[in-house]
Design a protein around this ligand. Structure first.
Ligand SMILES: *Cc1c(COP(=O)(O)O)cnc(C)c1O
Length: 373
């Protein structure tokens, strides 16, 4: 018997099925695109360029070898949470919720708060996952443009809050892709203004590079959620984020957490690295020093505007970002062409701060690219 003879083609069937089951709005989206970085000096994703020292990697290997891969994680994650609270400055009486990267925490927040007609708010340009996750959960997303100098437009933010009554307001502290560290007083004013409507999530993904945190403010505000990740600190590969908030709120958010969301290898690696967090902090200090040098050197190039950064990347404006981006690619240097992300970022490139050697490669390539314009 030939089943295809009397039946529609498989591809037609699949398309029909997709049209019936996948939400129309989802069918219109594109997948999150990550460009290939093979053979490149990779300066597009804010990774820490340094590995752990060899002796720590060897010890980590032994620890990971002892992990019982046949068992599910214990979903309370008591030891890891305690380690994070102890080593990473979580206030007394406050606990953390763990995510498979802070991307998953963003999803959990959206899921827990989503109802048709509800809105989330964020300054723009900001981290793209806030909008992606909101739309996935069926929330409306409203972006409020930053001012031309990439600072918060407070009157516009307050007006948008009153208009849209956002169930979540997202603030990168410092912000990605701009590197801006908003005024703490402005952020706290928004937390207060948001109280009748919802939560304010202060996203401190770049806290190791910022010399600033609002963690200690948690006890003052019931609607403040503080989110961090170990990704930019040097552990992007293990996928671990954490957030802290008022204990009662944390208990509600935990209800939408997939029970085994942090795997046993991540748990063991994080527990080990927390014992040596000074190593990662020293790496972050090196990157902060390198940021100062790189910013100064780029600012000295004709036609380059450098925006102040409190993160491990630097946003610059060049005369023609598409051409400079392409010229850098030809020289095997991958940065982020931020000019395509938002109207306020026209002709901007976002560049991860790396080792002295990679920063020198970037500078030479950037000089050549500008020269060729
Ligand atoms: C990189 C980044 C994240 C995502 O971190 P993961 O833990 O790797 O998912 C969250 N917020 C901001 C602002 C980021 O830049």
């Amino acid at each position: 018997m030939n089943p295809s003879a009397s039946q529609p083609e498989m591809s037609d069937l699949t398309e029909d099925l997709i049209a019936r089951v996948i939400r129309p709005v989802v069918r219109g989206w594109q997948s999150y695109h990550v460009p290939s970085a093979e053979g490149m000096v990779k300066l597009d994703a804010m990774e820490n360029p340094y590995l752990l020292p060899p002796e720590l990697r060897a010890e980590l290997g032994r620890r990971l070898g002892e992990v019982e891969l046949n068992r599910y994680p214990v979903p309370s994650y008591t030891a890891l949470k305690a380690g994070i609270c102890q080593h990473l400055g979580v206030p007394d009486g406050y606990d953390v919720l763990l995510g498979n990267g802070s991307d998953e925490l963003i999803t959990m927040l959206s899921t827990a708060c989503a109802l048709p007609g509800r809105t989330v708010l964020a300054p723009e340009p900001g981290f793209v996952m806030y909008g992606i996750s909101a739309r996935s959960a069926g929330l409306d997303y409203v972006g409020v443009p930053l001012r031309a100098d990439l600072s918060l437009d407070m009157p516009a933010m307050l007006a948008a809050m009153d208009e849209h009554k956002p169930v979540i307001t997202w603030l990168g502290y410092p912000n990605n892709p701009t590197g801006t560290l908003y005024e703490a007083a402005d952020v706290l004013r928004l937390v207060e203004a948001a109280l009748p409507y919802g939560l304010v999530v202060v996203d401190e993904a770049y806290q190791p590079f910022a010399a600033a945190t609002l963690m200690a403010e948690l006890p003052r505000f019931n609607n403040l959620v503080l989110m961090r990740t170990v990704s930019k600190l040097g552990l992007a590969g293990i996928r671990l984020g954490y957030l802290s908030a008022a204990p009662a709120l944390l208990r509600e958010l935990d209800k939408v957490r997939p029970p085994y969301n942090v795997n046993v290898l991540t748990e063991a690696a994080a527990l080990f690295v927390l014992e040596h967090v000074d190593v990662l902090e020293a790496q972050a200090a090196r990157l902060r020093a390198a940021r100062t040098v790189l910013a100064r050197e780029m600012a000295a190039l004709p036609g380059v505007e450098v925006f102040p950064s409190a993160a491990n990347f630097i946003l610059i404006r060049v005369p023609d970002a598409d051409k400079v981006f392409a010229a850098l690619l030809e020289r095997k240097v991958l940065v982020k062409n931020a000019g395509r992300m938002h109207i306020l970022l026209q002709n901007c490139l976002r560049i991860t701060v790396s080792t002295d050697e990679e920063n020198a490669v970037l500078l030479a390539a950037l000089k050549a690219a500008l020269h060729a314009l």
